[in-house]
Design a protein around this ligand. Sequence first.
Ligand SMILES: O=P(O)(O)O[C@H]1O[C@H](CO)[C@@H](O)[C@H]1O
Ligand SMILES: O=c1cc[nH]c(=O)[nH]1
Length: 237
Amino acid sequence: MATPHINAEPGDFADTVLMPGDPLRARVIAENYLEDAKEVTNTRNMLGFTGQYRGQAVSVMGSGMGIPSMSIYAFELFNQYQVEKIIRVGTCGGVSPDVAVRDIIIAMGASTDSSVNRTRFGGYDFAAMADYGLLEATVTAARTAALNPRIGNVFSSELFYNPKPAIFEMMKAHGILAVEMEAAGLYGAAAEAGKRAVSVLTVSDHVVTGASTSADERQNSFQDMMKVALEAAVTAD
Ligand SMILES: O=P(O)(O)O[C@H]1O[C@H](CO)[C@@H](O)[C@H]1O
Ligand SMILES: O=c1cc[nH]c(=O)[nH]1
């Protein structure tokens, strides 16, 4: 039962799918964190895998970059493969002065300049928010690992290269923690399907201060994020 964008068989995906933007990162996660991981989809090289984490089935699949790409995969996973929960695991650019590179951010809400949720929601403003149970599970997992997650509102931008940097000052003034490109679309897709989602992000750079991380630092903080997401995947109800 392939969909237009996923060539997995029914039952190939676990109840919970972790989604990084990069499909090669999905393979790294499967190879390093999952036991008995098997590739279940590779249409357009958007790789997906299912394996075991602490004795429970967990899947990981790339989402691609941006809300349109995430929206396609989240729709098909939720509606055609009966996936119940998606945990986005990605990078973001810090916006708030209270956020530093390597911090872990858990996106309770996601503002956006995209119109997709208005399209879904009859033209009205939709409050794109994480599922509370998944939010709680990720926060608990992060605190148990002695991490200090920042929890709040992020901005899911349509543009990575924004020609109007003043937008970051506006975000800062409204308490936005960081900018990324998928969470608001994922939350809208989950709400539409009656399913659940959360986003766990690592700050890879700071768009206001210009701070950035080395490849090694990114790798270490990425590992913290992965442990948080995997623990949440097997502990959330
Ligand atoms: O690291 P990922 O998950 O790809 O997330 C961030 O990185 C990409 C931009 O470089 C966008 O997808 C953005 O949301
Ligand atoms: O979307 C993103 C991701 C990381 N850093 C940014 O500035 N934007």
